[in-house]
Design a protein around this ligand. Structure first.
Ligand code: EPU
Length: 346
């Protein structure tokens, strides 16, 4: 066997790469060294090299859940492993193996085209398949964790590839082992396990409203279209107005604190939480503080959804974080609740 033929291709390197179009806030960002990762086997040598040179590094997927500074020193790894394949199908489940760089929404569309319903509630979420498990993306009553079989990743501590079963990923609301231990694993592939027994999930209020007059049970395609319509209406298109979706997590508070707040604010929007606590709608809290549609220099709060901060053009990470801080302070003062920022601040 000719070993040269089997050696992994080095990742493409671009020095001083502009990332304005690779972060959905549309911030002007320059990466000192940008490496395009197209195959998992490029990682061992590259990470060894980065560590040997004591370079700072980070992984960038779709750039839809990050707040990037104007300049990124060291190595920025652009995840671009692009393949997807149904690897197994039994009586109960369909298993699909997907490269970390695949666009999430395109993958959801692809599953429906291949008659594998299940992911339709998660349509139109920006970002990549590899980033989806990190913050356990969720919308309209579903979370990606519900459909994950295992994750393939490169462990930068042991320098070995690992397959993590779902149970090892510690998934919770917008949380996972990967989020808690940044830079330990580089996710290269996600294996999905999609149950064949399909039921429409339309209990989420916004979605239920869309089907109120329907006499027949909606199909996965109907739900997909409805979710796309709601998101298009409520959330700004990053190609038009820079944003990173929900900027804050919905805060989870003890029931006693919720009950006290509800006495004072009877309109308070909240949901029971999986952990037995109470999840408050951060968008409602921010809206009540009068921030919706407000601008602060080049950045602001989206007019249709107070949970989304936007870059109107020319804004920076510093501007967004200043606005976020004033929102956090006001919400803390009025409601005594601490809002946590959702996207990763690099
Ligand atoms: N609300 C207001 N004013 C606002 C915004 C919201 O009063 O400006 C109220 C709404 O009327 C509603 C409640 O707050 O009663 C909740 O709002 P919404 O249904 O829009 O959902 P959300 O809690 O704001 C979450 C996710 C979204 C996801 C939607 C739908 C988080 C942090 N956000 O938003 O996820 O699409 O539910 O499931 O959990 C994202 O993570 O980037 C994201 C967009």
């Amino acid at each position: 066997m000719n070993s040269a033929q089997n050696a992994p291709l080095s990742p493409k390197l671009t020095p001083n790469m502009g990332l304005k179009h690779r972060n959905t806030f549309g911030f002007e960002v320059s990466a000192e060294l940008a490496y395009e990762i197209t195959a998992a086997d490029q990682l061992p040598l590259l990470i060894a090299d980065i560590k040997k040179n004591k370079m700072p590094w980070r992984i960038l997927g779709g750039g839809s859940n990050v707040i990037l500074p104007a300049s990124l020193p060291g190595a920025t790894l652009l995840m671009n492993i692009l393949d997807q394949e149904i690897i197994q199908s039994d009586d109960s489940n369909t298993y699909i193996s997907v490269g970390a760089g695949v666009n999430w929404h395109e993958f959801v569309s692809w599953t429906l085209e291949h008659n594998v319903p299940g992911l339709e509630n998660l349509a139109l979420i920006p970002g990549t398949v590899g980033a989806a498990p990190i913050q356990n993306i969720g919308a309209y009553g579903a979370e990606v964790a519900d459909f994950i079989d295992s994750i393939e990743a490169f462990d930068t501590q042991t320098h070995a590839f690992a397959t993590l079963p779902k149970e090892a990923c510690q998934f919770a609301y917008r949380d996972s082992y990967f989020k808690q231990h940044p830079q330990q694993y580089i996710v290269t592939r996600v294996v999905f396990k999609i149950p064949k027994a399909w039921e429409p999930r339309i209990h989420y209020a916004d979605l239920a409203k869309q089907f109120i007059d329907h006499k027949v049970r909606p199909s996965a395609q109907d739900i997909f279209k409805a979710v796309c319509a709601i998101r298009t209406h409520k959330l700004p298109d990053p190609k038009v107005i820079g944003n990173a979706g929900s900027f804050f997590q919905n805060p989870v508070v003890p029931n006693a604190q919720f009950e006290t707040l509800q006495l004072q604010f009877p309109e308070l929007v909240s949901y029971p939480d999986q952990t037995g606590m109470r999840k408050l709608a951060a968008g409602w809290l921010i809206d009540q503080c009068g921030f919706k549609g407000k601008t602060m220099g080049s950045v602001g709060v989206y007019q249709n959804q107070a949970l989304v901060l936007v870059n109107h053009g020319g804004g920076t990470a510093k501007d967004i974080l200043e606005l976020a801080q004033s929102i956090q302070e006001k919400v803390q003062k009025v409601f005594g609740v601490q809002l946590e920022i959702e996207p990763n601040i690099l």
